[in-house]
Write a protein that binds this ligand. Structure first.
Ligand code: OAD
Length: 243
């Protein structure tokens, strides 16, 4: 694959690189995306029936079991060349920030260090009532299990529709988008805010914005460069070309 020489030039001198990833970077690890017509989770399940606090209050067992299925699927998945390429790139620049909307923990498992998890992490569990992470609880046949402190239901530590984003992570993500030389939006449909406004925030602050996606998104017409294709193919070649 060849890249525009001025893009390689720009990337090779970039000292501050900020990346936003979405479900597309885990697609090649076999983890379903959300909005892909055939394979997307939202093509098979209704988000409002599974990924909202109301849904959990109405059907705690169903929601817990759906996330248990996703947790198992993610545990079996492996980081793919896209995740690995981002680990490589992080080692080569002084300021590399990886903002992810993914809850699959694959960036951390791949070895990425400076990861901002905007939507939480499916491998972490928290108390629904106290909103604090719970690391262990007594073995029980009850589903969902209960918080050992308050007896309330446990839930996955992920952001549901209608819930606020984690404040600290969100402000760090906006700061990293405002202060970077280059911003890459990779494998995201760029429609869920506030994450989707990060690349525009970077553009407003003078960053060069690159999109990597097989399909067009609302960002495509505004990005400085659009690399059309799979992240697992493009990213390793891009990082190799920068070496
Ligand atoms: P989506 O499923 O909305 O979008 C996935 C994007 O990845 C699409 O634009 C695909 O074209 C692209 N894609 C598919 N395969 C790819 C590949 N191999 N390489 C690169 N790109 C590929 O997933 P997200 O944009 O991550 O929020 O969705 C954002 C948020 O909406 C999620 O974090 C989740 C969802 O509701 C919450 O759960 C709060």
């Amino acid at each position: 694959m060849t890249f525009p020489p001025e893009l390689l030039q720009r990337l090779s001198i970039a000292q501050r690189v900020t990346v936003l990833t979405g479900a597309g970077v885990s697609a090649e690890s076999g983890v379903p995306t959300f909005r892909d017509a055939q394979t997307g989770l939202w093509a098979k399940f209704k988000p409002e029936e599974l990924a909202t606090p109301t849904a959990f209050r109405r059907e705690p067992r169903l929601v817990w079991e759906w996330y248990a299925w996703r947790r198992e699927l993610v545990a079996k998945a492996k980081p793919n060349p896209a995740h690995i390429a981002l680990v490589e790139w992080e080692k080569r620049v002084p300021a590399f920030t990886l903002i992810t909307q993914n809850v699959d923990d694959l960036h951390r498992r791949a070895g990425s260090r400076n990861v901002i998890e905007l939507h939480g992490n499916i491998t972490r569990t928290k108390c629904f009532d106290e909103n604090v992470v719970v690391k262990s609880w007594p073995e029980t046949a009850e589903i969902p299990p209960r918080c050992p402190r308050c007896g309330g239901f446990l839930r996955p530590d992920v952001v549901w529709f209608g819930e606020a984003m984690p404040e600290e992570e969100t402000s760090r993500a906006f700061a990293a988008s405002a202060q970077c030389d280059v911003f890459l939006s990779i494998g995201t449909s760029a429609i869920v805010h506030p994450a989707a406004s990060l690349p525009f925030h970077a553009l407003e602050h003078g960053a060069t914005v690159i999109e990597i996606n097989p399909d067009p998104t609302p960002l495509t017409d505004e990005a400085n460069y659009v690399l059309t294709g799979a992240a697992g193919v493009i990213l390793p070649e891009l990082v190799r070309a920068l070496a």
